[in-house]
Ligand binder design. Structure first.
Ligand code: G16
Length: 550
């Protein structure tokens, strides 16, 4: 850490924190924790030390607009100047959706970016904040880097900053502080241009112009409002008001910016109501997750990935074919069936978008996705909520079929992988760990045993060896395969900020055409009983049912 190249840089003494280990996607904590003196600064300095030297480099900074976003950006700018960066690109108003940040990093050949978000977690003075570093490929830092950042935080004694006034974030401008040029950039245009270059906007415009196709996008008062308005209403001609909850608010309007059937209830009412809309979609706090709905019809994210893969040839950006696909381990195996039919490789990675980065960079995959409402492709290195929505709209426009028909035809062709995830939130951390430990301890003996009348065929604790750099990631979730074709996965979330969140993933394949329209929880009823019987969820969590079912 040297200040000699920045005249006004000062060393500020600080004390290390021991709890700054990044989780599945960066460091997420309560706002109050981030507001402790030095907490944000230490983490930022740890990032800068890890990627040093910063001198002469270009950095992108932006966030999802949640509470503390603006204050954090001012801190980061002062520190970035002091650390010697020569150029900082900041989204106007401090705003950059996660996919847009990835796009801007790549387009401007920055050395990386700092993204401020706690994604789908609520915002506000008593809620959550988060920070993560994305590298020059625009993607989340790989484990190697996040581990190195964590090591830095443990011995942090000082950070670099400068004495400077806050900069005006709301006007597009180019400013100079010391050696550093700071550009306040339009957060939307680069991303919107990229989308326009990938999809058939004229087919989608015609679809929307017909007037008998009604669409609603719920931005959930999160970052994607301005992006959705620009793309859906302005460039594609959806009627004004098609984007609801389109103004980003620091507390997301008091809601939970998580695009699922529980939290996006306003949208759900519109597509499931009488004379429901033909198409509904929502994204999360930072704009990288998506939920897509047809008229009274829900698309499971695992199915969505499979269907997008099966139909990618209909999209201009992928018309030449796709190299391969990847899904996170807990995601259902629906996409595996499509990959097999297309004769392309399918990779199974741990939970976390960062694990797709190497595969994308190496050109081994074109599309990837996760059960947690994340889908994306090699156009950037983050999952991308609006991209998925546009992909679906493009498919509807060229296939001239409603969402439900596209999905049902897919099931008829490939069979259906029923999938659900049961979340037990904010449970006692010790109990949750004890439950997982006990499961791990019995992995070796599970095979052949019966639970709730169903025999286990195999079980393991998932580990991943990255086929590009051979790095090994262990302990990524307990997988139990059953004789009836079902699979149950148990793991603890790496994004929660309170206690532990237990995730139980259940999926089962069905190819009998007469059994493709069952209610999901019913179709998976047997597996749900097996999960309870094998793990003792009620006993360990003290809950009689999950808090959230997706
Ligand atoms: C993050 C990660 C995703 C992951 C999700 C859930 O999403 O980027 O890859 O699937 O968290 O992770 P966990 O099960 O560990 O809570 P986001 O949208 O929160 O950034």
């Amino acid at each position: 850490m040297t200040t000699e190249h920045v005249k006004k840089a000062k060393h500020v003494k600080t004390q290390a924190f021991t709890d700054q280990k990044p989780g599945t996607s960066g460091l997420r904590k309560k706002v109050k924790q981030f507001q402790q003196p030095g907490y944000l600064e230490n983490f930022v300095q740890a990032v800068f030390n890890t990627i040093a030297p910063c001198k002469g480099k270009k950095l992108v900074v932006g966030g999802d607009g949640r509470f503390y976003n603006r204050e954090a950006i001012q801190v980061i700018i002062r520190m970035a100047v002091a650390n010697g960066f020569s150029h900082i690109l900041v989204g106007q108003g401090g705003i950059l959706s996660t996919p847009a940040a990835s796009c801007v990093i790549r387009k401007n050949q920055a050395c990386g970016g700092i993204i401020l978000s706690a994604s789908h977690n609520p915002g506000g003075p008593d809620e959550d904040f988060g920070i993560k570093f994305n590298g020059e490929n625009g993607g989340p830092a790989p484990e190697k880097l996040t581990d190195a950042i964590f090591q830095q935080t443990l011995s942090m004694e000082q950070y670099l900053s400068i004495d400077a006034d806050d900069i005006e974030l709301d006007q597009l401008a180019t400013l100079q502080i010391e050696q550093c040029q700071i550009d306040i950039i339009d957060p939307v245009s680069d991303y919107a241009d990229l989308m326009e270059s990938m999809f058939d906007f004229s087919a989608m415009k015609s679809l929307l112009a017909k007037g008998d196709f009604r669409l609603c996008f719920d931005a959930m008062h999160a970052v994607n409002g301005p992006y959705a308005k620009e793309i859906l209403e302005k460039r594609l001609g959806a009627p004004a008001g098609a984007v609801i909850n389109g103004v980003p608010l620091t507390d997301f309007g008091g809601g939970h910016p998580d695009p699922n059937l529980v939290h996006a209830h306003e949208l759900v009412d519109l597509v499931y109501g009488e004379d429901g809309f033909d198409f509904g979609a929502a994204s999360d706090g930072d704009g990288d997750r998506n939920m897509v709905l047809g008229k009274a019809f829900y698309i499971n994210p695992c199915d969505s990935l499979a269907i997008l893969t099966a139909n990618a040839n209909l999209i201009p950006a992928y018309a030449k074919g796709i190299a391969g696909v990847a899904r996170s381990m807990p995601t259902s195996r629906a996409v595996d069936r499509v990959a097999e039919a297309l004769n392309i490789p399918c990779f199974e990675t741990p939970t976390g978008w960062k694990f797709f980065g190497n595969l994308l960079d190496a050109g081994k995959i074109t599309l990837c996705g996760e059960e947690s409402f994340g889908t994306g492709s090699d156009h950037i290195r983050e999952k991308d909520g609006l991209w998925a929505v546009l992909f679906w709209l493009n498919l509807i426009a060229v296939k001239k079929q409603p969402v439900s028909e596209i999905v049902r035809n897919h099931w008829m062709q490939y069979g259906r992988d029923y999938f659900t995830r049961h979340d037990y939130e904010a449970v006692d951390s010790a109990n949750a760990h004890e439950m997982i430990n006990q499961l791990k301890a019995k992995i070796a003996t599970l095979s052949g045993q019966e639970f709730a009348g169903v025999k286990v065929t195999s079980a393991d604790d998932f580990q991943y060896i990255d086929p590009v750099d051979n790095s090994k990631t262990t302990a990524q979730g307990v997988r139990i395969y059953l004789e009836n074709g079902g699979r149950i996965v148990f793991r603890l979330s790496g994004t929660g900020t309170q206690g532990a969140t237990l995730r139980v993933y259940l999926d089962c394949y069905q190819k009998d055409p007469a059994l493709l329209e069952q209610e999901t929880q019913q179709a998976l009823g047997e597996l749900i009983q097996v999960a309870e019987s094998v793990a003792g969820i009620k006993q360990f969590t003290g809950r009689t049912k999950p808090d959230v079912i997706t």
